[in-house]
Design a protein around this ligand. Structure first.
Ligand code: BG6
Length: 480
């Protein structure tokens, strides 16, 4: 779907996210012919840079994060020509007039403001944009987590934004929603007649959602130690994956219809009891320091791993738990949703081991794809011996070269902002409902004296996370 010419102002344009993701993403969209050549990208940050110096910085960022040899010289030139820069003091007076002047000079039909800055600046920048008249009634504002630290702060943030922008103008990014397979989950569920009749507690034994990372917190210890895996990953990314897996079919593939259904899921979540939660913290290993060393806080009780058993109290899911887990410094980088089906009601064959029931696995990364695990007869004359085999659909194989040029999450989401499509963005009430649920678990943790359980770097998490499944006669899929 074509995108109209736009002006996109990036606040925090010299920061890490802008250089690593936003600007390379926009370049790639231009290369793909999706970003109109009349579009303008206006960098805004505190540093007093000239437009020339900003362009040089962006060129360097493209070389670093895309690779010099992979850049197309002609597109780079056009892209750099679309860049402008204004030094803006987000909390003060400086630069706003200049910004207004650039935008007013030759306005494009669509105007977006990407706030790639700390959340304490969201409110002040939104207010300035509104009061100065720089933001028009059709302008869009983009913000990204942390969208609050708990329910109260999330409400305050939403209220601040609401003073200057209507909900239909606010785009809250959860980059997991921009991942190709996440959207494919909706296609699989709602564009095929095959799965939806089975998509309920009658046929599904449980769902496992895993977001495992092999990296540690590295240089982000300061931020992470105040956040932890629950706030950093579960409240947003895992919650979104859970919602898309569990939600009722929306009446239309339209922003508010989809978001209404996700919200209903969050509101149906039962409070999680302490026995159904596990927290972990990684030890030193494989030549890397422990979590506490990374966080520079030897007494840190922040979790770098969480596992939860979550029940959804509604007709569709009563009795089918969702197990969620996420952690840093685990064996591998793996994100997947595994929908594990029940055993056939009556087996005419010798009983299958529990893990050999059908499962639909939606792999987000790496090697995005969908696998259906099925039981078939082992070929050969050895009698009726059954085997568990995968029916595999790898995007890279199925789509060939076009899979390689698949836009990454940020590219897709920024283009959606410019198109005015909010389907893959979180609505304010969703964010608040997710915090309300998360807050209860965090409060129980902070009341309890338990510390996170240590786990080995390069392993699959703390022992009692395994126990969370074993006691229900189930087991996690391998992280590999
Ligand atoms: C971010 C978290 O939102 O998501 C990081 O703050 C995490 O801690 C990252 O590493 C994971 O994203 P991805 O796309 O690499 O799975």
């Amino acid at each position: 779907i074509p995108v109209q010419p736009f002006d996109l102002v990036i606040f925090g344009a010299t920061g890490d996210l802008a250089r690593r993701k936003i600007l390379p993403g926009l370049y790639r969209r231009m290369l793909a012919g999706q970003m109109p050549t009349e579009a303008r990208i206006i960098g805004a940050a505190r540093s007093k840079l000239t437009a020339k110096a900003f362009r040089e910085m962006v060129e360097e960022a493209l070389e670093t994060f895309i690779g010099k040899e992979r850049l197309d010289a002609g597109t780079v030139k056009t892209f750099l020509a679309a860049l402008h820069y204004v030094a803006v003091d987000a909390g003060g007076e400086g630069g706003w007039k200049e910004l207004g002047a650039i935008l007013g000079q030759d306005p494009r039909p669509v105007r977006g403001f990407y706030l790639s800055v700390g959340p304490s600046l969201f409110g002040p920048i939104a207010a300035r944009l509104h009061h100065s008249g720089i933001a028009t009634e059709t302008s869009r504002i983009v913000v990204e987590k942390p969208l609050g630290h708990d329910l109260g702060s999330a409400q305050a943030l939403n209220a601040q934004l609401a003073e200057s922008f209507d909900e239909s103008q606010i785009y809250r990014i959860d980059h997991y929603l921009g991942k190709e397979t996440v959207q494919n989950l909706m296609a699989v569920r709602f564009a095929n007649a095959l799965f939806e009749p089975l998509w309920n507690a009658r046929f599904i034994d449980h769902v496992q959602i895993t977001v495992a990372e092999n990296i540690g917190v590295g240089g982000r210890g300061g931020y992470y130690d105040k956040s932890g895996a629950m706030r950093d990953m579960v409240q947003n990314h895992l919650m979104q994956l859970l919602c898309l897996t569990a939600m009722e079919p929306p009446a239309q593939f339209e922003a508010d219809r989809v978001r209404d259904e996700k919200l209903k899921v969050i509101r149906s979540l039962e409070p999680v009891t302490p026995e159904d939660t596990v927290r972990g913290q990684y030890r030193a290993g494989n030549g890397e320091p422990s979590y506490a060393e990374h966080a520079e806080n030897p007494d840190s009780t922040t979790e770098s791993y969480v596992a939860l058993k979550v029940n959804i109290a509604n007709w569709r899911w009563q009795g089918t738990p969702f197990y969620l887990r996420t952690g840093k410094r685990l064996r591998a980088r793996l994100s997947e949703i595994a929908v594990v089906f029940k055993e056939p009601p009556h087996s005419i064959f010798p009983k299958l081991p529990a893990h050999q029931t059908n499962a639909l696995i939606i792999r987000l990364q790496p090697d995005e794809g969908i696998t259906l695990r099925m039981t078939i007869k082992e070929p050969g004359p050895g009698g009726m011996r059954l085997a568990d085999v995968p029916l595999d659909m790898s995007f890279a194989e199925a789509l060939g070269p076009s899979a390689e040029s698949m836009p990454d999450a940020y590219e897709r989401l920024i283009m959606d902002v410019m198109r005015g499509d909010q389907t893959l963005f979180m609505r304010g009430d969703e964010v608040e409902a997710a915090w309300e649920w998360t807050d209860r678990i965090l409060a129980e943790w902070s009341e309890s004296r338990d510390k996170p359980k240590p786990y080995d770097a390069g392993g699959s998490g703390p022992e009692n996370a395994l126990e969370l499944m074993h006691r229900d006669g189930r087991r996690w899929r391998e992280i590999e």
